[in-house]
Design a protein around this ligand. Structure first.
Ligand code: K1U
Ligand code: ZN
Length: 167
């Protein structure tokens, strides 16, 4: 297993739209194992393949407290959603930034597991938020894009300033 490098906003590669996984090969299983290790090490509660510069539809999520309930979703698709909820979100690609985002409260997601079997996940609360955040990554969307244009440009300026200071 390996810890992968996580792309940092505003990297243009974070806006790449991921392609579906066509075959459940050894390289997909290795990617899943490396992504899980990277997420736990960060630490984070989710990670999308886009964030490690692999543009395939693969996400890993674990919102459990003992960090022992890994959910792997390949080619995830939200087939129904209802309600609205607002949670504070963070992102391993935008360190140090936490903002409230409104999303669906409950979702039903259809996906493949690492064996290539279809399964359906019904999620609500923070798990639903996290899965929606990760699926957004696969569609090339970073959570800060839900913020106003003013907040986004202030954020970009802050990140560029912080990077210049650490060079
Ligand atoms: O996709 C990512 O960048 C991971 C992100 C997922 C996420 C967090 C909060 C709301 C929606 C999606 C993170 O994991 S940021 C780190 C974080 O929130 C956290 C880390 C350790 C323990 C608990 C939370
Ligand atoms: Zn993120």
């Amino acid at each position: 297993m390996a810890i992968l490098k996580i792309l940092q906003y505003p990297d243009a590669r974070l806006h790449t739209v991921a392609k579906p996984v066509r075959e459940m090969s050894g390289s997909v299983r290795k990617l899943v194992a490396d992504m899980a290790e990277t997420m736990y090490a960060a630490p984070g509660v989710g990670l999308a393949a886009t964030q490690v510069d692999v543009h395939r539809q693969v996400i890993v999520v674990d919102v459990s407290e003992p960090r022992d309930r890994l959910v792997v979703m390949i080619n995830p698709e939200i087939i129904s959603s209802s309600g609205e909820s607002v949670h504070e979100e963070g992102c391993l690609s935008v360190p140090g930034v936490y903002e409230k985002v409104q999303r669906a409260e409950r979702i039903t997601v259809r996906a493949l597991d690492v064996q290539g079997n279809h399964f359906t996940l019904e999620a609500d609360g923070f798990l639903a938020t996290c899965v929606q955040h990760e699926i957004d990554h696969l569609n090339g969307k970073v959570f800060v894009e839900y913020l106003s244009q003013l907040k986004q440009s202030r954020l970009r300026a802050r990140i560029i300033k912080r990077r210049r200071e650490t060079l």
